[in-house]
Design a protein around this ligand. Structure first.
Ligand code: SF4
Length: 319
């Protein structure tokens, strides 16, 4: 889709937009399943990069301590707990620039993935930049999806990151696509970008071939100590418009309501689900930011007659 088409969808009267998104959702997805995903930071802090929104960059004084790569046994225990709590996708994130074949830390991650993938959940990792070689090794080890967000529009990207480029992101995504792993790719809103930047980001995503398997939509959690610490909270109706436009533009992608849910009321989250979000991160903590507790999430889903995706099932996309 091009920007003009996305803008036309986004600018519709609010209720027309969310109704259209709901219709698209019902045409492509069975029932009202929501996927619960658990995200674990397997290597926290001390990152060389300067992403302006991130508390894990070593360049900012955020109070996040640099830690070593988590041992396999610890990760496996967390993965087992996630499965017992109903998660069907386990995502592991590491705060570093990227991975390189032959690096002992990469070998350790591969070894961990081989065991985590035996638990029967989808396995997603977010390890930064890689080339085709590393991508193939991750796929062989059992990774189902690789997360690498483009964050924002190509034009606005240099305002928030200077240590790597938008093209670097696309190169990594290209390597992931070639390996056969699914691509999980979305962005963050509330970085100081304009609404049109969000649509330009979506324009890039809609032109991926194949389309991204999942699209996380994050709202900035302004972290003290980062350059973006004073950014105001995102307007809820702008968030809902973006989710609805994403659902219409990428009907078969899982749309993940990601960081920033602690700031959303239950009613606001209900609107997001109506507009087409069908996946949430679940558990008390995202990489470094708070997340609603699992019990309050399950209660909200129950009240909205939404069902967590059954373990060991594929979420049904009807087309
Ligand atoms: S977003 Fe990732 S690459 Fe950027 S500073 Fe944070 S951990 Fe590093």
């Amino acid at each position: 889709m091009n920007l003009a088409e996305l803008q036309r969808i986004y600018d519709q009267p609010f209720f027309d937009l969310i109704q259209e998104a709901r219709n698209v959702y019902l045409a492509h997805w069975k029932g009202d399943e929501v996927q619960l995903c658990t995200l674990l930071s397997i290597k926290t802090g001390g990152c060389s990069e300067d992403c302006g929104y991130c508390a894990q960059s070593a360049r900012y004084s955020t109070g996040v301590k640099a830690e070593r790569l988590m041992p396999k046994e610890e990760i496996l225990a967390k993965a087992q707990a996630a499965r017992e709590n109903g998660s069907t996708r386990f995502c592991m994130g590491a705060a570093w620039k990227g991975v390189r074949d032959g690096d002992p830390r990469f070998e350790q991650v591969l070894d961990t993935i081989r065991d985590v993938s035996k638990l029967g959940m989808e396995v997603c990792v977010t390890l930064g930049q890689l080339s085709e070689k590393e991508a193939h090794k991750l796929k062989e080890a059992g990774v189902t999806a690789y997360n690498h967000n483009i964050d924002t529009s190509p034009e606005f990207y240099p305002e928030i990151v200077t240590t790597h480029t938008f093209q670097d992101r696309l190169n990594t995504i290209g390597a992931v696509q070639k390996s056969g792993m699914a691509v999980c790719c979305g962005g963050i809103i509330g970085l100081g970008e304009k609404e049109v930047d969000r649509l330009k980001m979506l324009e890039v995503l809609t032109n991926f071939d194949p389309a991204p398997e999942s699209v996380p939509i994050n709202c900035l959690m302004a972290m003290p100590g980062t350059p973006l610490e004073d950014q105001p909270q995102v307007d809820i109706f702008q968030l809902v418009r973006l989710i609805a436009t994403t659902r219409i533009a990428l009907p078969k992608s899982k749309v993940r309501l990601s960081a920033g849910r602690t700031r959303l009321t239950r009613e606001a989250q209900a609107l997001c689900f109506f507009a087409g979000a069908n996946s949430i991160f679940y558990g008390d903590k995202l990489l470094t930011a708070a997340n609603p507790g699992k019990d309050s999430d399950l209660e909200l889903l129950r009240e909205l007659n939404l069902t967590p995706q059954e373990p060991h099932s594929q979420m049904a996309c009807l087309s």
